[in-house]
Design a protein around this ligand. Structure first.
Ligand code: CA
Length: 304
């Protein structure tokens, strides 16, 4: 039986919905998070042959995936050993380019792609690449300890640091041209967010999921810079993505799963038995979840 993948097809219906009673502001993000029924896995496939993959970045325009890998023989996410690399994959998992960029990486982590630009963090820096010409530029971020995930909101690049519980801001996001002098600043520190995964929501908010020694939750920073808690602390959260219907997918190391979260349906596990479910992306109704600890990528088809 043919399974319909609904992620790309679900329309956002913002008008006329009734709100549950909760402590969130009745804004656009709340609207989005309320919609959508439960999701389930329509089938899984495991890809092997990776070396500590932290992030899969989906390039929807080109229909390809980029996978950041730590390399080496031990999981040492903060080691500056030059063993990291980024591979380019076809959606079926075939490796198109083992090393997509001819640069030295240490422990490359979060990847985000927009148009011909790809951003990837690496401990104390963030790179921007032209995916067509492969030209890249590395930008050190003063004060950052464990650069984790990049996200672009408008012309601004945000970079999370879960270990030092901080969010950094870089403007302009596209600093590839050597003549551009990007401005780097700290947005916040010490808020108990421990931001790991970032996602640029459609209403201009930045969604953040937390990963720390204590359980962490889901937070959002509004365009005016105000922070709020979307979900109270419940796990060790790594990746987050907002679906077309406005609801969220998250990965949680504590539960070892990929889960769907919505205001109406709460948290529903979609795929289990991960050891290190890290920074995933969604392409064509399939979620690509790297397992950093197992050195695998799990492909999870989504269906309702
Ligand atoms: Ca991450």
């Amino acid at each position: 039986m043919r399974t319909k993948f609904l992620v790309a097809a679900v329309a956002v219906a913002l008008a006329g919905c009734a709100y549950p009673t909760h402590d969130m502001q009745h804004d656009g993000l709340t609207h989005q998070l309320h919609h959508g029924g439960p999701l389930r896995s329509a089938g899984e496939r495991t890809l092997t042959g990776f070396t500590f993959p932290e992030s899969v970045g989906c390039d929807a325009r080109e229909g390809v995936l980029y996978v950041s890998q730590f390399g080496g023989t031990q999981l040492s996410p903060a080691a500056k050993d030059g063993n990291g690399f980024i591979s380019k994959l076809a959606p079926d998992g075939r490796v198109l380019e083992q090393r997509a960029f001819n640069e030295t990486f240490n422990k490359p982590k979060g990847i985000t792609v927009r148009g011909e630009r790809l951003w990837v963090t690496d401990i104390d820096s963030v790179w921007v690449f032209n995916t067509r010409t492969k030209q890249g530029r590395k930008l050190p971020i003063p004060g950052i300890q464990f650069a984790n995930d990049p996200a672009v909101v408008g012309s601004v690049l945000y970079v999370s640091d879960n270990r030092s519980d901080a969010l950094f801001r870089i403007e302009p996001a596209d600093f590839l041209d050597a003549g551009v002098q990007p401005k780097v600043s700290t947005v916040f520190t010490g808020k108990g967010v421990n931001p790991n995964g970032l996602w640029a929501a459609r209403d201009g908010s930045l969604i953040m999921v937390g990963f720390g020694d204590q359980p962490r939750g889901i937070h959002a920073m509004a365009p005016d810079g105000s922070l709020r808690t979307v979900v109270q602390p419940f796990g060790k959260l790594d990746g987050v993505q907002q679906l077309h219907d406005g609801t969220l997918l998250i990965t949680d190391w504590s539960a070892g799963h990929l889960a769907h979260w919505s205001l109406s349906g709460g948290l529903v596990s979609i795929a289990k038995d991960f050891k290190g479910p890290a920074d995933f992306c969604v392409l064509g109704g399939t979620v690509y979840v790297p397992d950093l600890v197992k050195s695998e990528i799990r492909m999870v088809g989504l269906a309702r």
